[in-house]
Design a protein around this ligand. Structure first.
Ligand code: AMP
Length: 396
C-alpha cells in the first residue's frame, strides 16, 4: 500500500510517499511559505536529484495540487491512482482520540471541536485534509494524532493543580505531544532488547528543536513533559519550557508587552536561543561555541542538559525504576556531545557511557557499556513511517 503522508502546518506542508508494507520511502519534500510571497516547493524522488522551485502557492489546496503534480512528474508514481491512502499528522486530538482513526466528516468535526487547544495547528491540519479530499476524491484517509499515545497517562500525571472544573469544563490538562515518536521509539527499544513491550520501562528523550521526555511503562505512556501545549517541559530551541506562571505577569509589567507578546517571547525568543544571548537555537552552533569556551553557550547547554537529567530522574521514580533510556530526534540522534553531557550525570543508575559507540549518528545503537544497570540507546525516530504504518493497519 502506497501511503502519502501529509504534515500540514500553517504555512508549510511536508510530505512523503511511503510503501507501508516494504517501509520504502519513495518520495519526500516540503512546500514552504504557503500564502506568503516567494513560496517554494522542494522534493526528492528516491534515486533522483533534489528539485527546488519557486511557485505561487496562495493556499494549501494549490500546495497539495503541486505535490500531486510533482509525484507524477518526478516518476515517483506513474499515475495518481497508485496512491492508495493518505495519512495526516494531526497535532491535537484532545481526549477524543486515543488512537489513529479513518477520517470521515464526524472525525473532521471532532478535530475542529478540539481546535481551541491548538489554534495554530489543528485548523491547518483540517485545511490539508479538505484539500486532499477535493483533489483525491475517494482515496481513504487516516488521522494520526500527536497526543494520542499520551492518552494512557493516569489522572495523577495529567491533572494540573487547578480548580478541577477547569479540567472538566475547559479541558485544561496535560496532553503531551510528539506521541507518534515516543510510541515508535519505545516500541523499537523493546524490539532491540528482545523484550515484551508490555513488561519494560523506558524513558524516551525526544530532543530536537522541540523537545520532550516521556515515561513508558508496560507498553503505556505514564507521563510526558509537554503539557496543554508544546510549550511546557524541557528548555527547547526557542521555547522556554516550564516556568512559574507568575513570570508572565512579571514580564508584562516590566516590558509593557501584552499576553500575546509574552507568549511570543516564551515560544520564539526563549529556550537555548534566549539563554545563550541569542547565539542560536541550533545545537550545532551552540556545541561549537561551547567547545570554544563561550560562556553564553555553556550556560544555555548546561541548563538544557540539567533539565533532561532532572526529567529522567523524576520518571525513573514515577515508574518505580527504568530499564532503558532512548535518545531520538535531531539532537538526540546526532549529538554525541549532548548525549555525553547527559549520560555522565546519570551515575545514580550505574550507567557507563561507551564513548566509542556514542560517536554514532542517526543509527540504532546501544551507547552504554555492557553491565550498565540501564541500557542507553540511540534510536532514530520516523514519525512519517509510523503514520504510514498506522494508515495501512487501519485500511488494509
Ligand atoms: P528536529 O527538530 O528533530 O529536526 O531537530 C533539530 C535540531 O537538531 C536542531 O537544533 C539541530 O541543530 C539539531 N541537530 C541536527 N544535527 C545535529 C548535530 N550533528 N549535532 C547537534 N545538533 C544537531
Amino acid at each position: 500500500m502506497k501511503v502519502l503522508v501529509i504534515n500540514c502546518g500553517s504555512s508549510s506542508l511536508k510530505f512523503q510517499l511511503i510503501d507501508a508494507q516494504s517501509q520504502e520511502l519513495l518520495f519526500k519534500g516540503l512546500c514552504e511559505r504557503i500564502g506568503i510571497d516567494h513560496s517554494q516547493i522542494s522534493y526528492t524522488a528516491t534515486g533522483s536529484e533534489k528539485v527546488k522551485k519557486e511557485v505561487a502557492m496562495p493556499d494549501h489546496k494549490t500546495a497539495v495540487s503541486l505535490v500531486l503534480t510533482a509525484l507524477t512528474e518526478s516518476g515517483a508514481v506513474a499515475s495518481l491512482s497508485e496512491i492508495d491512502a493518505v495519512g495526516h499528522r494531526i497535532v491535537h486530538g484532545g481526549e477524543k482520540f486515543t488512537s489513529s482513526v479513518v477520517i470521515d466528516e464526524e472525525v473532521i468535526g471532532a478535530i475542529e471541536e478540539v481546535s481551541d487547544l491548538a489554534p495554530l495547528h489543528n485548523p491547518a491540519n483540517i485545511i490539508g485534509i479538505r484539500a486532499c479530499m477535493e483533489l483525491m476524491p475517494g482515496v481513504p484517509m487516516v488521522a494520526v494524532f500527536d497526543t494520542a499515545f499520551h492518552q494512557t497517562m493516569p489522572e495523577e500525571a495529567y491533572l494540573y493543580g487547578l480548580p478541577y472544573s477547569y479540567y472538566t469544563e475547559y479541558g485544561i490538562r496535560r496532553y503531551g505531544f510528539h506521541g507518534t515518536s515516543h510510541s515508535y521509539v519505545s516500541k523499537k527499544v523493546a524490539e532491540i532488547e528482545g523484550k515484551d513491550y508490555e513488561s519494560i520501562k523506558t524513558i524516551v528523550c525526544h530532543l530536537g528543536n522541540g523537545a520532550s521526555v516521556s515515561a513508558v511503562k508496560n507498553g503505556k505512556c505514564v507521563d510526558t513533559s509537554m503539557g496543554l501545549t508544546p510549550l511546557e517541559g524541557l528548555i527547547m530551541g526557542t521555547r522556554s519550557g516550564a516556568i512559574d506562571p507568575s513570570v508572565v505577569e512579571m514580564i508584562e509589567k516590566k516590558t509593557g508587552k501584552d499576553t500575546a507578546g509574552v507568549m511570543n517571547v516564551l515560544n520564539k525568543e526563549s529556550g537555548v536561543y534566549g539563554l545563550s544571548g541569542n547565539i542560536s537555537s541550533d545545537f550545532r552552533d551552540l556545541e561549537d561555541a561551547y567547545i570554544e569556551g563561550n560562556e553564553n553557550a555553556i550556560r544555555a547547554v548546561d541548563c538544557f542538559v540539567y533539565q533532561v537529567v532532572k526529567y529522567i530522574g523524576a520518571y525513573a521514580a514515577a515508574m518505580g525504576g527504568v530499564d532503558c533510556i532512548a535518545f531520538t530526534a535531531g539532537v538526540g540522534e546526532n549529538s554525541g556531545f549532548i548525549r555525553k553531557l547527559i549520560v555522565n550525570r546519570l551515575g545514580l543508575f550505574d550507567i557507563t557511557l561507551n564513548e566509542e559507540a556514542n560517536k554514532v549518528r542517526g543509527e540504532e545503537k546501544l551507547i552504554s557499556m555492557p553491565g550498565s544497570k540501564v541500557n542507553v540507546y540511540v534510536v532514530p525516530t520516523n514519525e512519517e513511517l509510523a503514520i504510514a504504518k498506522d494508515t495501512y493497519a487501519l485500511l488494509a
